[in-house]
Design a protein around this ligand. Sequence first.
Ligand code: NAD
Length: 439
Amino acid sequence: MEGVKGLESDLEAMRQYFRSGKTKDTAWRQSQLKGLLLFIKENEKHIFNALKKDLGKHPVEAYRDEAKLPRVALLSSAELVPEPLGLVLIISSWNFPFGISLEPLIGAIAAGNTAVLKPSELAPASSSLLANVLPTYLDNKAVKVIQGGPAVGERLLQQKWDKIFFTGSARVGRIIMSAAVNHLTPTVLELGGKSPAVVDSLASSWDKQVTVNRILVSKFGACAGQACIAIDYILVEKRFASTLVELMKVMIKKMFGENPRETNAIARIVNQQHFLRLKSLLRDPAVQNSIVYGGSLDEKNLFVEPTILVDPPLDAAIMTEEIFGPLLPIITLDNVEDSIAFINSKPKPLAIYAFIKNEKLKRRMLSETSSGSLVFNDAVIQYAADSLPFGGIGESGVGKYHGKFSFDTFSHYKAVTRRSFLTDFWYRFPPWNDYKLLL
Ligand code: NAD
């Protein structure tokens, strides 16, 4: 590329090339690395000349520092030493107010930091328990819980932190990142988005039943769909859609009763604002013909019935915004393989759930899609796997935590090199003689 002429189209061509999968090929990567090596070997003289012109560097110095790996590293050892970052800020959301507050706090303390936790004001009972009781178990000089909403959050963001760990919406995530810029503060953003579930036209009745059970419990039975990793929508082949819907109807009644309003197995919507947000997604005139199950609302009790929609328009808000509630759109496709292109046409999700048995399709899903996590034949359980990092990619988040990854997130791995005084190599030191180039 020369200058910035045609920049947009050049970059788009590069994106397309990336999407083609070419750059994932091992042979391609090897050939490109060989190309880099060859560039250095064949252009050594030109490199020396350029460095002489730009910086007045002697070829021996250039050779030592920019052309070949230095041999001066003999008789040395290298190690990584984790050190805590200092004072960190954790801002959390309301939907799993303990898990999402304590899990990062564990990492921050385990790594040796001091920490301020600001839970969400939208779960006030949980927030006040965290603020009033948690500190009695901990060293108050090192851990503080500060309650409050956006104004308190903004006040905290004006301070200098050694790391900010945020769980919440992409909207506030952007505010966090721009505030962090002022102090060059590293930031973890645990965001959300629209996580799809792909369901293949499963043949055995056992597989179908297991799939439906797992979808329903992870969507409606986990904070009523108010979970960052909840299934947002389903992609299924047209020919299998009605079977899936019928099985779901039966199982919703079995799990949550004939009158789901009376069940204690479905959480309530957190507040009126979120209830009205869900109401507007559901009462959108464009989606009325798509509702095939549920659809009732009870504002007084902040209850939204588990609801299934089939093929709502793709430009309706329910298909463009994160749902974060018990509404489940099903999008039908001619062929289950088309799900890959569908997913790739949207921002990278926090999770992809693929209920498929076909090994070839599994391999394609793994290599041709990108998401924070990928789960075959289940949903949401990846959150509990501490051996796996948890986090998003692209618009679903930045950074990872859980288990050892939490420790790493709140640590700086200092690169330590130790040298012996024993030997040294004369060719490292000036004066430079051209014959040193031969060594
Ligand atoms: P939110 O962004 O509205 O609020 C999150 C936190 O930010 C709260 O503590 C809030 O008080 C604080 N906040 C709000 N405005 C602020 C401001 N201007 N400055 C500083 N702090 C501010 O999100 P929410 O409604 O609590 O949570 C729902 C969102 O969180 C969904 O998008 C969901 O997907 C996402 N989420 C992600 C994860 C994850 O682990 N990736 C987990 C749970 C929820």
